[in-house]
Design a protein around this ligand. Structure first.
Ligand code: SF4
Length: 223
């Protein structure tokens, strides 16, 4: 299957996640055409199901909370794996985290409810592009997530973004605090399809957590 055929096969999804594209590309390159077609049909059916589910929810924090619940259910399968992720690790919390506009609204609400953060650092981080080399400097306070507590525990764990919910690894935790390419994140097709449906919704935008949060704080509330 060439690149054009692959893109046509995925054309029902406006914004598949990078991870979903990678998983399906691997399938396209390893499976018989008929098997690949049935995988695409299954993904399409799930994509349409979750698009329908999200279309009933108003944009904003309620839709983010619904998405988080669905992602947690989808990631349940990972619990049977030998995960290295532990409370108080926090290595991955020094990299750029992408959030949706709905999640930014939810984070804004948490700040308004009294969660304290370093706003000056948030503003500096908001200037960084997602692919900036400045992210991910091991244990750098400057790129550490503004929601990571002094004991390296997430202070908003219940409401952490999709990116944090999905990032689970079976490789040694030490590798997560480096830019190692040897990190092996757990990949769950259902979770990636759900996220692809959520970010394909009209009006749903994405960007780095700091940038989206600053934008949300500066702008009108979605609801
Ligand atoms: S939101 Fe929480 S889990 Fe996600 S990067 Fe920030 S501190 Fe880490």
């Amino acid at each position: 299957m060439d690149a054009e055929q692959f893109n046509v096969a995925l054309s029902f999804m406006p914004k598949p996640t990078a991870q979903l594209r990678r998983m399906l590309l691997e399938k396209a390159n390893s499976a018989e055409p008929q098997e690949f077609e049935s995988v695409i049909a299954a993904v399409r059916s799930l994509f349409e199901k979750y698009t329908q589910i999200f279309s009933d929810a108003a944009p904003g924090k309620a839709r983010a909370i619904r998405l988080h619940g669905l992602i947690d259910q989808a990631m349940e399968v990972a619990k049977s794996l030998p995960l290295s992720c532990r409370k108080g690790c926090g290595g991955c919390c020094h990299f750029a985290v992408e959030v949706t506009s709905d999640e930014a609204e939810l984070l804004r609400d948490l700040l308004e409810a009294g969660i304290e953060i370093d706003f000056e650092k948030l503003a500096r981080q908001s200037e960084l592009e997602l692919d900036s080399a400045a992210w991910g400097i091991p244990w750098s306070g400057e790129t550490r997530c503004v929601f990571l507590g002094p004991n390296f525990e997430c202070r908003i764990y219940e409401h952490r973004p999709i990116a944090c919910r999905k990032l689970l690894v079976t490789t040694p935790a030490d590798l997560c605090a480096s830019s190692s390419s040897k990190i092996e994140p757990v990949r769950v097709l259902l979770a990636e399809t759900i996220v692809s449906a959520a970010i394909s919704l009209d009006g749903c935008t994405q960007g780095s957590l700091p940038r989206m949060l600053v934008k949300s704080l500066d702008g009108p509330r979605a609801n």
